[in-house]
Design a protein around this ligand. Sequence first.
Ligand code: NDP
Ligand code: OXD
Length: 317
Amino acid sequence: MSKKAGILLYLSFEAEGKRQVFEQYFPDRSIVDAKEEADPDTTDVEYAVVWQPAPGMLASVPGLKVIFSLGAGVDHLFHDTGLPDLPVVRFVDPDLTGRMVEYVVLQCLMHVRQQRHYDGFQRKRQWKELEQPAAHAFRVGILGFGHLGQACARGLLALGFQVNGWSRSGRAMDGVASFDGSGLDDFLAQTDILVCLLPYTAETRGLLNSGLFSRLARNGPFGAPVLINAGRGGSQIEDDIVAALEDGTLRGASLDVFQQEPLPADSRLWNFNNVVITPHAAAVSNADALVTYVKRQIEQFEADGSLENIVDLSRGY
Ligand code: NDP
Ligand code: OXD
């Protein structure tokens, strides 16, 4: 079998057999693991699949043509100031999208159905019922109304939630009130549950702060609003979240992403019963789904030069 152009992998985390999956799907291409190999031979490499690549590593691959991000987000690439001027393709796939919908719907229901309170009662063997508003009484505001935000909106609408979406361009969807970048205040004033699915860019850095929390609705079923962030930790100010939970500005939170990951053991966020913490696990990239996606894109690229889901590097997402 004649060898086709090779693929370079660089995954900053424990890759759990991803290399083997690539080798299985691409028997006719060399797979070079630049994280694991001391002196990787990249002479025939034209594609790279990466998560947090070492700065300068991609620029050192002479024949590189396309960079694939292991995830939907691409901020992990930008600490490499020498990133070569090549197309960057991000991971957009029904498997990952479905996982994010599961996470967001679950977290909305956890708060709406007051699950953490019931968990507390159960631990104390207490038979106690709380007043329970229905899903349709809650306004879920989704910050970042792109691929994932819109999919989550569909899941929430199916359960009866009211849904508002905020995006730079004011993306529209049937059954959803849309707000553009300039409509943030109106959007927040109508939000009982704030779901952040924003990419991390210069504009979204630190957006989830005290000032923003104080502009959320306080006339919803529970009075105080809830924050759910599965976008990026750099968009949140954790000291402000702690303060807002302590003074009641926020009723609760579900956080999957953090300013520093892993979340340090001494973070005060661990202390709150009404904060659901997960380890950046809302929507992992499944190996088979990822490799199938990369394979399809490479075949298409080699056939006609086209690629899907190319990142606009000037916007940062
Ligand atoms: P998209 O690019 O499809 O959507 C991004 C959305 O954010 C768009 O609606 C965009 O507006 C909006 N946006 C970006 N910047 C601004 C801004 N400054 N002001 C207002 N709106 C803005 O991305 P995805 O939906 O696929 O993914 C979103 C993010 O989710 C990823 O970047 C990643 O950080 C995170 N993620 C987290 C995972 C996890 O496991 N926790 C897993 C996967 C992704 P417009 O539509 O106008 O362009
Ligand atoms: C992603 C992620 O961006 O897992 O896909 O965070």
